[in-house]
Design a protein around this ligand. Structure first.
Ligand code: NDP
Length: 241
């Protein structure tokens, strides 16, 4: 039996591609979701990836979710991919406080809640892999996304500190920073804005969810034990400042 991997927001977009790629690589895989019940059940039936419902903004629910997965598989989570995320865009001078709080809690605090829920069993076992999904916009900033850019940049600092705390325990913590990727999140943008984005990508296309999944599979391998606290950009060649 393979190691047990958990992907939050694992039934759509980048998360779904990551679950499939991990399963194909021989891992046991659990996917978390929050509202997309029909989508999740269909995903489970199609892929054999077991799905578990909870809200990653709730610290207690994260602990219970991780426990339920360990019980279902009869072993602890050894690989955590913090992928769940949302956008609530608007210029900062018009941003409601709720939109700031929702994005910081869902995209950043969830990484703390979920990592805290798995870290002790990883430390006890002397093995663990955590990959946190950030964004190109953490590195560049983006108009209308002070909340999102702050949360995604926060993930990078959080991950680097957590990597240091656990480096001697066989646990690596890394960051994948996707560029614009063809998922519901980007399909929700106006056509003109999307075309403009693509024109700035040297490879000449949006990322595919599978492009991101490949990076995660690389970082969680047993053999990737000397890579920690690192940010891997997967963005079609866009230069970082
Ligand atoms: P999707 O909207 O397809 O996926 C987001 C996932 O997050 C959904 O499965 C959703 O579950 C889940 N989710 C949201 N809120 C919660 C919550 N409170 N609790 C549990 N799950 C939750 O988007 P992507 O696949 O594009 O995004 C995946 C990650 O990649 C995100 O972190 C995003 O910020 C990041 N990213 C995406 C980029 C892109 O261009 N697409 C670029 C850079 C980064 P449900 O369906 O149940 O609501």
């Amino acid at each position: 039996m393979g190691r047990l991997a958990l992907v939050t927001g694992g039934t759509t977009g980048i998360g779904a591609a990551t679950c499939k790629a991990l399963k194909a690589a021989g891992y046991d895989v659990a996917a978390n979701y929050v509202v997309g019940e029909d989508q999740a059940k269909q995903f489970e039936a199609e892929t054999g990836v077991r799905v578990f419902c909870w809200d990653v903004t709730q610290a207690d629910a994260c602990v219970k979710g991780v426990e339920a997965i360990a019980q279902s598989f009869g072993k602890p989570v050894e690989i955590l991919v913090n992928n769940a995320g949302i956008t609530r865009d608007s210029m900062m001078h018009r941003m409601p406080v709720e939109n700031w709080d929702a994005v910081i809690t869902t995209n950043l605090s969830s990484n703390f809640y979920m990592s805290r829920a798995v870290i002790q069993s990883m430390r006890d076992k002397g093995f663990g892999r955590i990959v946190n999904i950030s964004s190109i916009n953490a590195l560049t900033g983006q108009l209308g996304q002070t909340n999102y850019s702050a949360a995604k940049a926060g993930i990078i600092g959080f991950s680097k500190a957590l990597a240091l705390e656990n480096a001697s325990k066989g646990i690596t913590v890394n960051i994948v920073a996707p560029g614009y990727t063809d998922t519901d999140m980007v399909r929700a943008m106006p056509d003109e804005a999307r075309k403009d984005l693509v024109s700035k990508i040297p490879v000449g296309r949006l990322g595919r969810p599978e492009d991101l999944a490949r990076a995660v599979v690389f970082l969680v391998a047993d053999e990737a034990s000397f890579i920690t606290g690192e940010t891997l950009s997967v963005n079609g060649g866009q230069r970082m400042p």
